[in-house]
Design a protein around this ligand. Structure first.
Ligand code: SAH
Length: 259
């Protein structure tokens, strides 16, 4: 873990409000069905963003859940994957005019893993101990720390074994492939979970002092001979179903209903 990271705020023992920030509606669909949340409008100051918000009230077994999905880009017509939309959605989630802030934000989605790190398709990871960025190279004095984007993750370790999750460093970049320079950086940063949003969600949460974690389901193995897009497409539905199972069980545990 890099030295001199800020301290991660502690998660309350019984969490009352959680926000799930997700990139693609396909990933979110099973969770949307399970939570059956009610759509809410974006605040006026965020008008124009494609993000989609919905709230599921607390029940005896889970906290209130704010489900936020980045939405569809009006130019390309596809889901807004990547860090820009993730950061904007997170800023909205943390600053809704008439709602108290979530006590925990989770970046939930699919990700790549590595055979070399023992990952298998369908594995689910909780981010630990930190988030990192692998495609921001800024070799100017002091700026590489900004580029690396290392920020601590909320301590969800006690939930990993009961949920059948692994723990790992989540490394974020704005590309689906792994360029040779990304590969070098990832070997250095110890990344085990490769995706395109979590470090951006974490950055905004840290600006606001809100604990942030991640639940990531492996759709593809970066160092497999099969092309990543092919693996991703083949495994997306199964991974999204596994995200629903793991996230629903984690929510129950966070509310204190299960220990
Ligand atoms: N080809 C896909 C595009 C999805 S982009 C499609 O047409 O639907 C990949 C999304 O899944 C991002 O939100 C990212 O966070 C995640 N992801 C899954 N596997 C990844 C990998 N190997 N590298 C980077 N992001 C990955």
């Amino acid at each position: 873990m890099p030295e001199s990271l800020p301290t991660e705020p502690v998660i309350p023992r019984s969490v009352r409000r959680v926000a799930l920030v997700m990139a693609m509606e396909v990933e979110a669909a099973p969770l949307r069905t399970a939570l059956d949340p009610t759509a809410i409008d974006l605040p006026g100051w965020a008008a124009g963003l494609p993000a989609r918000l919905a709230v599921a009230p607390a029940t005896g077994r889970r906290p209130e859940v704010l489900l936020a999905v980045n939405g569809v880009d009006p130019v390309s017509g596809v889901a807004c994957v990547g860090t820009t939309a993730a950061a904007l959605t997170t800023q909205v989630v943390l600053n809704l005019d008439d709602r108290p802030r979530p006590e925990l934000v989770l970046s939930v989605g699919t990700a790549g893993g590595w055979v070399r790190a023992g990952a298998r398709i369908g594995d689910t990871f909780l981010a630990w101990p930190h988030f990192s960025c692998h495609d921001r190279r800024i070799p100017l004095p002091g700026f590489q720390a900004l580029g690396d984007g290392d920020l601590p993750a909320a301590d969800l370790r006690s939930h990993a074994a009961p949920l059948g999750c692994r723990l790992g460093i989540v490394t974020t970049g704005d590309s689906l492939d792994e360029s040779p320079t990304d590969r070098v950086r990832i070997l250095e940063n110890g990344g085990e979970v490769k995706e395109m949003e979590a470090a951006a969600v974490a950055w905004v949460c840290h600006l606001h002092g809100v604990p942030v974690g991640a639940v990531k389901s492996i759709t593809d193995l970066v160092d497999s001979p099969v092309a990543t897009p092919e693996q991703f497409t083949d495994n997306l539905a199964a991974a999204s179903a596994s995200l629903r199972r793991t996230t629903m069980a984690l929510l129950e545990r966070l509310s204190g209903a299960t220990t």
